[in-house]
Structures are given as structure tokens and as C-alpha cells.
Design a protein around this ligand. Sequence first.
Ligand code: SAM
Ligand code: F3S
Length: 452
Amino acid sequence: MSGKFFIKTFGCQMNEYDSDKMADVLHDTRGLSQTESIEEADLVIFNTCSVREKAQEKVFSDLGRVREMKLANPDLMIAVGGCVASQEGERIIARAPYVDVVFGPQTLHRLPGLLEKRRLFGRPQVDISFPEIEKFDHLPPPSVKGATAFVSIMEGCSKYCSFCVVPYTRGEEVSRGFEDVLIEISDLADQGVREVTLLGQNVNAYQGKTEDGDIADFAMLLEYVSDIAGIERIRFTTSHPKEFTQRLIDCYARLPKVVSHLHLPVQSGSDRILAAMKRGYTVLEYKSIVRRLRKARPDLSLSTDLIIGFPGESQADFDATLTLIDEVGFDASFSFIYSPRPGTPAAGLADDTPKAVKLERLQEVQARIEAHALAISQAMVGTRQDILIEGPARKDPDELCGRTENNRVVNFAIGDDPSLVPGRIVEVEITRAYPHSLRGRIADFATEKGAI
Ligand code: SAM
Ligand code: F3S
């Protein structure tokens, strides 16, 4: 098959990463090129998410639409990957027989072979197995697009929170080899990457085999990544409060390249709900992690995930979540209403909170966190922040944009310094806070040449 492929990605950063890998593998092994337009594609791939019902259903409505395209062009190939594929497998073909290939998050490197088999044998191919981390040995070297890059360090999840499908769709936790990760990051640094985001469902469960047969934990990995020349900033997502060890907290005191921003999902501020969710920590334990982290890194900004309306969530449980939001001062959140997922233990729990109440609670949580975020942005006005330049500003290409350590986009005038190029970290004075971005001016430029 020659031609173009189109990928639609649903869900989390892990899926974004996997979609990039699918693109790399199709390009390298089959010479296919990616298109942003579904109409001109010879192969349409849906990289799906099944964390909430809405995302799952969206895939089937999108599939209905490509079916029309396939009726008009029978040569069009359709592939479904990701977590819905992993969970539904053959059932996808039963429901949508025009789908050609179904593959899971751990078999994406086999996509070219599956497409070939589809062509040779004339019937749909399904491979949703979990060959232990084999995919990393079969992927082409990462292609670099700018100064930032994602690097997967572990896959899967063994926590089995009572509400979550991920352990069933992505399999148990498996870590990539220690040197394997470090070599990939050094290669990226050689190609101009300055900021890496280490990816995994629970990065702090990392247990990477070293070449001499030892096991490296996540704190050790951070230490070694910090030593890689060229890498200036290290982010990671997601980490789990249960394994947030003192060794890891100490990294915030020792390793300045680890940014002053952490995404640490808490899910609820009520111990009763946390226990029902099988999260493995209490609110006090979560707050103790935050207190020790802020002792090590006083300006640390924190974002989180919250599930609103878990079965049995009372008004008192919800109020406890609001209290925790204020105590920690979360800067951002992914908050969603609980969605029962078939096959998970929580799906069988009695749930008598009306939908309207859940919606009200969600809005209250989101408004509360947005207020915190705006207050934090406003407090940044007048401060100097290190910004990693990412490229031209979205709204005005004569300006540049970049991100602060706490993940805010800052737009600023270029001035007349030719060294201001993507990948450079510059000090910018924040001059104005908007709800979703900041405005600034190059700090030295401002001092030397007066206000812009
Ligand atoms: N590993 C992460 C952690 O420490 O919790 C979470 C990864 S999970 C795929 C991403 C987020 O999806 C969770 O933090 C949770 O808030 C949300 N989520 C998972 N299952 C959900 C469900 N059944 N309903 C609503 N939200 C859900
Ligand atoms: Fe899901 Fe809990 Fe793992 S939210 S990804 S089972 S830590």
C-alpha cells in the first residue's frame, strides 16, 4: 500500500505519544506519509480511549462516518487502535465489519504487518495481545519536532483503582530498560530537544533493569536524565501518590532541572471515597507529600485529576474535596464526572446521586480551580520567569511563545536579539495575566531598552 494515512487521537498523552509512534512506524516501514485531511487518506486510524463512556461512544459514531467513505472508496483501509480496541477486540469487527485492523496499545509496532496480512488474506486482522514492552525494540528512532519531546518510560498500570479500565486495556506495569531510556533522551538532546516529559501511567512505579542487572527506580532515572547535556527541563506524567517516595521528594531539592510543577492525581478529598476507589492513600498522606514537596521546592505548582460523583459521594465527601482544593491550591485539574466502566469493580456500586447534582458539583470544582489558577497567574505579574521558547506565537507570528515551568503559555515580543530561537530558555518579565496565557517581555531587553 502506498499513500497517506490519517490518525485521529482520543484521550490522554500516552495516546498522543502512541499516535506519533504509529506515524513513525508507518513512515519508516511502508513509506506512507501523514495527512491532516481525512478525505485524502488511504488509511484512517482511530487511536481510541475508553476511560469514560463518552470517549468510547464517540469512536463508534466516527466509525459510522468513515463507513460512508469506505462505501465510496472500497480500497480505504480502516484501523482501530488504543484502549477501546484493546477492550473490545473482535467485538469491534462484529459491530463494524468494515474495519480492517484492530490493534492494541502494545501491538502498534505490528500495524504495518497487520495491514499487509489484511491485504493478503482478505479478512480483518485483530491483535490486541500484550507482548511485554516488545514494541520499543521495534520502533524507529523518535522524530524530533521542536525543543520538547515525550519519552515513554513505562507502560500499563497495576494499581486497579476500582473505577478504571486502564489495567485491563494496557496491561500491568512494565518498565523500559534504564539505558534504553537514557540513550533515547541523549539522542533527543543531540537533535535539539531541551525539555523532556517522561511518560507512563505511573512513572514513579518505574523499575528499569540496568545493563549490569540492577533495578533503577524513578528517582535514580531523574538523576541520570538530569546529567544529560542539553536537557534543561524534566517533566513527567502521571505519578501516583501511593509511590511518591521520600527519595523522589528529595529530587526536588537536589535536581533543579526537574520543573517546579507536578501533576499528582488525588481523585477525591474524602477518605471514605478514596477507600472505595481503592486508591491506597488517605487525604492526610496526600497532604503530607505536598507539604514535604513544598519544603523541598517552595514555589511548586500542583495540578490534579478529580472524579466527581463517584458512587455514594455525599455532600460532606464533596465538601471535603473542595476543602482539599483550597488547602493545596491546585493550579489546574482534569475533573470529570464518574463514568461507570464495564468490567470494573465500581461499576456494580449503587449510585443514587442525581446527574444534575453531579453536574453542579463539577462546575463548582472547576470554578474553584480556575479561580486559583487566575490568582497564581496574577501573582506572577512582575516576576521574572524562565521560558522555554517553543516558536512563533499562535495569534501573532511576529511574536514568540514559550512555557513557564508551571506550564503557562507566555507570548512576548521578539525584540532584535537573533539568538531568540526555539529551544532557548530566556528570562521573561511577566507583564499581564489572562485566563489562559500570560504576556511578558524579555527581561534583559526590558532593562536595557526600557518598556516595549
Ligand atoms: N495513573 C493516574 C493516577 O495516578 O491516577 C491516572 C491515569 S487515568 C487513565 C487518568 C484519569 O482518568 C484518572 O486520574 C481519573 O481521574 C480519570 N478516570 C479514570 N477512570 C474514570 C472513570 N471511570 N470515570 C471518570 N474518570 C475516570
Ligand atoms: Fe487507572 Fe488508577 Fe492506574 S486511575 S491508570 S488504575 S492508578
